[in-house]
Structure formats: structure tokens, C-alpha cells
Design a protein around this ligand. Structure first.
Ligand code: ATP
Length: 267
């Protein structure tokens, strides 16, 4: 496999305004990542430099990837999404080399956010041969993280996992992923905000979003997005029949709700 298939890179347009709720998480990220980049002299007075790493954890679909992209959008940075499974499936030796190349590339394209999803997959192998292989990769990642700490590179590493308890303990030691942040399922008012964001700009009848928000306890952002998609489908069907724009109605939302349930329940 060449380097290309190991990372997906782009320049995200999403910003924090697109991420509904999660105000505490955003604040923490603003303070530790975004402000030091925008006002380095203020932060330097406290011995703080731009760059560093952050570990997001929580149930699936609650916005870890979305948030990581929005961080890049906020600071006008490049975004590199590491396909960890692809790296893990390569031959020993090659993996470390590739990981190093990815970090080098990030440095050349700074500011840059490197996002590593399913971080728990690293170091999780039971098989002895694989275990050794994984360990080398974990060690290489630690080396890269330590390198970033030392160099004030304007490269940010955001890791994500659904199962932090499976994470290699070396990765959780201080100075590595130095900020551990829980990304929880949205609260009722946050769900209302997310629904608003997902419906924005679409033809809408009068929909009682408060009621929908109240009826979607433990729904993730992804679940809510799916709900809106289902409702859009129903409106599209009517539009297909009538040949005119048909607004999305409360009833469409209610029907969608019948066939969807919260996926964070299984977490
Ligand atoms: P996984 O652990 O499965 O990788 P995740 O936490 O990374 O999940 P995302 O991929 O970020 O979840 O979320 C899936 C989609 O759900 C996003 O693309 C986004 O559209 C929507 N979404 C999730 N949370 C939010 C939110 N807080 N505000 C707006 N949209 C959200």
C-alpha cells in the first residue's frame, strides 16, 4: 500500500458553529489548542506553546470525528485522517516507517490536525506476533508525540476511541495524550440545537423541535441526523407525487422516530 491510502487529507470547512452543543469540550479545545495558535505571545508568557495532543472518547456517533474536523476548520488547518486499520495490517517495520512519514508530511503542511480514529485497535492484538508488531507501532506513535511536544510544530494530534479502557496504557501516560475529553451523547437542549442545524435551509413546516428533542433521549448526533434524513425522504416522496416543494412536517419527524432508536444505548 502506498502512503496515499493510509491517510485521507483535506481542508475542512466545518467549524465549531456546525457542532451542536458540547460547549465544555469546545471551551477546553479553544483554550488549549486554538488560542495558543492565534495569540502565541499571550500563552508563551505561561510557558504554553501551540500544538499538542488530545484524546476524545465516548459512544459512537456523538461527534468525535466531526469535532476534530471542526478544530481544523477553526484554525484553517489541513486535516489528515489516519486509517489505522490499514497501517496495522501492513508488514512490521513498514508500519513505523509509514507513521513517521505521515507526521513528516503534517509538519510540511502545518498547521495540521492529525486524526487517529479507533486508537484502541493499536496494541489490542492477542496474537503474539501481532502483539510485537503493535508494540513497535505504539512506540513509534509515542516517539512522534514526544517529538511534537518538543518542537512547537503547530501540528495537533487528536485521537479517538469508543473504548478508552482498551487503550494501550503507554498512550494514556501524562505528556502523551495530555488532554482526555469525554464526548457524551447530547442533552435535550443540545439535541434541539443539532436538529436545528441538520434541518437548516431545508423546506420546513412548523415542527416542534422541543418535543422531538424530548423524545430522543440518548440519541447521538448521528442518530438525529439519520432521523432528519428519514423525514426528508418522506417529504421527497410527496414532492415526487405533487411536483412541488413539500415541507418537512412534524408528522414526518414523528414517523421517522418510530423506526429509529438511540444507538448509544449499546455503548
Ligand atoms: P465513531 O466513534 O463511530 O467514529 P464519532 O463520535 O466520530 O463516531 P462522528 O463521525 O463525528 O461520530 O458523527 C457522525 C455524524 O453525526 C457527523 O458527521 C455529524 O453529521 C453528526 N453529528 C454527531 N454529533 C454532532 C453534533 N454534536 N453536532 C452536529 N452534528 C453531529
Amino acid at each position: 500500500k502506498d502512503d496515499q491510502s493510509l491517510v485521507e487529507s483535506d481542508k475542512p470547512k466545518e467549524t465549531f458553529a456546525d457542532v451542536g452543543g458540547l460547549e465544555d469540550v469546545k471551551k477546553k479545545i479553544r483554550m488549549n489548542f486554538i488560542m495558543p495558535l492565534k495569540q502565541p505571545e499571550l500563552f508563551a508568557a505561561y510557558g504554553k506553546e501551540a500544538g499538542g495532543s488530545l484524546l476524545l472518547f465516548g459512544p459512537p456517533g456523538c461527534g468525535k470525528t466531526f469535532l476534530a474536523r471542526a478544530v481544523a476548520g477553526e484554525i484553517d488547518a489541513n486535516f489528515m485522517h489516519i486509517e489505522l486499520q490499514a497501517i496495522l495490517s501492513m508488514y512490521a517495520g513498514q508500519t513505523e516507517h509509514n507513521l513517521h512519514d505521515i507526521f513528516e508530511k503534517a509538519r510540511l503542511n502545518k498547521p495540521c490536525v492529525i486524526f487517529i480514529d479507533e486508537l484502541d485497535a493499536m496494541g489490542g492484538s492477542r496474537h503474539q506476533m501481532r502483539q510485537h508488531h503493535d508494540r513497535m507501532l505504539v512506540n513509534q506513535l509515542l516517539l512522534e508525540l514526544d517529538g511534537l511536544q518538543a518542537q512547537n510544530d503547530n501540528v495537533f494530534v487528536i485521537g479517538a476511541t469508543n473504548t478508552p479502557w482498551y487503550l494501550d496504557s503507554a498512550l494514556r501516560r501524562p505528556g502523551r495524550f495530555n488532554h482526555l475529553v469525554f464526548v457524551p451523547p447530547p442533552e435535550e437542549t443540545e439535541r434541539e440545537t443539532i436538529l436545528q442545524l441538520k434541518l437548516a435551509g431545508k423546506p420546513m413546516g412548523s415542527i416542534d423541535l422541543k418535543k422531538i428533542a424530548a423524545d430522543t433521549r440518548l440519541f447521538s448526533g448521528a442518530d438525529l441526523e439519520q432521523l432528519v434524513q428519514d423525514a426528508v425522504e418522506s417529504a421527497l416522496e410527496r414532492m415526487f407525487e405533487s411536483g412541488e416543494i413539500e415541507p418537512i412536517t412534524q408528522n414526518d419527524m414523528k414517523n421517522a422516530l418510530k423506526s429509529r432508536k438511540a444507538t448509544t444505548l449499546e455503548w
